[in-house]
Design a protein around this ligand. Sequence first.
Ligand SMILES: CC(C)(COP(=O)(O)OP(=O)(O)OC[C@H]1O[C@@H](n2cnc3c(N)ncnc32)[C@H](O)[C@@H]1OP(=O)(O)O)[C@@H](O)C(=O)NCCC(=O)NCCS
Length: 148
Amino acid sequence: MSIVIEKSRTLDVTRIDPLVTRSSSDGFRHVECLRDEWLSGVNRFDGPGEALFVAALDGRAVGVCGLNVDPYANNLSVGRVRRLYVAPGSRRRGIGRALVAAVVAEPRRSFCKVTLRTNADLFFRSMGFERVEGVEAVTNQLMLHDSQ
Ligand SMILES: CC(C)(COP(=O)(O)OP(=O)(O)OC[C@H]1O[C@@H](n2cnc3c(N)ncnc32)[C@H](O)[C@@H]1OP(=O)(O)O)[C@@H](O)C(=O)NCCC(=O)NCCS
């Protein structure tokens, strides 16, 4: 078993079709959004500091995670973790953690902090994302520099 975290500048969306199908049937629409927005050109994770990562297990895509400028922050120095998903059959093997680690390593040059909205609070807190109260668009954030 060999897991590789790939930074995807060009995405062959057929690769993530199985993830789209499975996540949608489980009630998570965000991978479908990722695919649709990539195809329409609305979001290709290609703005300043942005990136998209695919986790490949023996060459097969089993997870995704993107990093955008936070569209809710009105501040180009705030990044946002988006569209994180790991296929159910590949969970609890460290793939989610590896995807988020790749995303977090990426923005240190560009962003002061990264935010997200998630139900997986424990998962993100184990990776250093503190809980945020009272902000509708944000449940957790990770500070990357002292000043913000
Ligand atoms: C959340 C998710 C990405 C985790 O992926 P994963 O590959 O199973 O995560 P890892 O194997 O790297 O787990 C890392 C740690 O978090 C813990 N963890 C994993 N999923 C968790 C969850 N849903 N809640 C709480 N803790 C979790 C694991 O126990 C592990 O800790 P350990 O290494 O000390 O045992 C995956 O369950 C998923 O895609 N869920 C559905 C979509 C979703 O909720 N996305 C997040 C929306 S932002």
